[in-house]
Design a protein around this ligand. Structure first.
Ligand code: FNR
Length: 427
């Protein structure tokens, strides 16, 4: 932060920071153009990480629909309105936020950068953007909370088929002062993710992205029971180099001393246990009552794509809805998430906040989402590209660019507050 920020609106400040650095021959380390950001971000990752982040379900047509839905809406700029003072702050679940952005929960970030969620926490904090911590994070939520300090976070829950793990995750989220629980509804099974399938690569099977579990007392009890029962599959055939690499990865990712882990059955038992307990495919709306009884924290449901499900969510007492199709990773051939938003907003009719993700690539996209009635947005893949390019600074820059562009979009379209970004701003 620098003093100039206090004098200039946010967009002008970031813009002038970039142009001033340019006088000395420096370009932004994180590109501002969405396609350039994606290209550089993907280039900074290993091929397996690239595929893991990039893959959609099946042929990827939902990802195409996500983008096409944005292209259907066009903004109509208005002129000669005093836009000298612009304010993009919002109030969400009782908390005032400087902008309508949050980071979407994204798992296995160690594939993009070794500091993973810790770097996201530092970057999000520097950019004053709340972080939604993933169930599939690469670091335990307590360590992520340490990197966040007093900066706000929410916790995203994948509903395990082991009630003890669900309850323990919720208690830990309360203990780190997470301000809401986000239950992801769309991933009771993993979608048919073709880039991962063709690589035969599932990060969890290599011990990646399961740190919330291996650090969890309820999960550890399940692992102990498995080890005691000697219930581990025996590898068939001679070990291949890939099998050895996988074993090393599993061992390295398990908490504790690497050499002790190498001699122990626990790391392998943990992976196997995770694969068994990850999710409940028999989850129904009625189960939300269990969560409601468990915690006083606000509960949001993520993955709603139909007006009928939005109605059901309201009937079951949720405190917020995140309209999302998981970035097209779950269902191929589905509607664009922004098309779903337009159906859902009138149903919810302002009773609870409606958040949105899936396909947002720039500040103009954020503007369209807000114009269609969302209260706030979750940024997904773009911050992963920033993370891969430049760690915490990369995450901060991506989020700052979104906020700066939104500010300049407000100025160039003639609005001065988020409330003014409504349907009337669209053609
Ligand atoms: C995700 N997403 C996700 N969602 C969730 O609830 N928990 C998770 O652990 C993950 N993990 C995850 C990993 C990767 C690599 C991606 C790309 C996405 C979905 C995420 O929260 C969000 O819905 C999408 O990223 C939005 O789509 P775009 O904007 O990234 O295309």
């Amino acid at each position: 932060m620098n003093d100039a920020q206090h004098d200039l609106p946010f967009g002008r400040w970031i813009q002038s920071r970039i142009y001033s650095a340019g006088v000395f021959g420096r370009r932004p380390s994180v590109p501002t153009h969405p396609a350039a950001l994606e290209e550089l971000g993907l280039k900074a990752m290993s091929p397996a990480a690239r595929d893991y982040v990039q893959t959609g379900a099946g042929a990827g047509s939902t990802m195409t629909a996500n983008r096409a839905a944005f292209d259907k809406h066009r903004i109509v700029p208005r002129m000669l309105r005093d836009v000298s003072r612009r304010d993009q702050s919002i109030t969400l679940l009782g908390r005032e936020l400087p902008s309508p952005l949050l980071t979407a929960p994204i798992g296995v970030l160690e594939m993009a950068h070794p500091e993973a969620d810790l770097a996201v926490a530092r970057g999000a904090r520097a950019a004053q953007t709340p972080m939604i911590i993933s169930s599939q994070a690469s670091y335990p939520m307590e360590q992520i909370a340490g990197a966040l300090g007093d900066h706000p976070s929410w916790f995203q829950l994948y509903w395990s088929n082991q009630p003890s793990v669900v309850e323990s995750f919720v208690r830990r989220a309360e203990a780190i002062d997470a301000e809401a629980i986000v239950v992801t509804l769309d991933t009771t099974v993993l979608g048919w993710r073709t880039l991962d399938l063709d690589r035969a690569f599932l990060p969890f099977a290599r011990g990646m992205g399961i740190a919330q579990y291996t650090s969890d007392p309820a999960f550890q009890a399940l692992v102990e029971a498995r080890v005691a029962a000697d219930d581990l599959p025996t590898p068939d055939g001679r070990p291949t180099p890939t099998a050895v690499r996988s074993l090393l990865s599993i061992t390295r990712n398990y908490p504790g001393d690497f050499r002790d882990n190498l001699r122990s059955a626990h790391p392998r038992a943990a992976v196997q246990t995770f694969l068994d307990v990850f999710s409940r495919t028999d989850l129904t709306w009625a189960d939300l009552a269990t969560l409601r009884a468990m915690t006083k924290l606000p509960i949001l449901v993520k993955g709603v794509q139909s007006a009928d499900d939005a109605r059901l969510a309201l009937e079951h007492g949720v405190d917020g809805i995140i309209v999302s199709n998981h970035g097209g990773r779950q269902v191929d051939g589905a509607i664009g998430s922004l098309d779903a938003l337009a159906e859902i907003v009138p149903v919810v009719d302002g009773t609870v906040p409606v958040l949105f993700d899936s396909g947002i690539r720039c500040g103009a996209d954020v503007y369209k989402v807000l114009a269609l009635g969302a209260s706030a947005v979750c940024i997904g893949r773009p911050y992963v590209y920033g993370l891969a390019i430049a760690g915490a600074d990369g995450v901060r820059e991506v989020l700052e660019h979104f906020r700066a562009e939104l500010d300049l979009m407000m100025a160039t379209t003639g609005v001065t507050s988020i409330a003014e970004i409504d349907r009337s701003t669209l053609a």
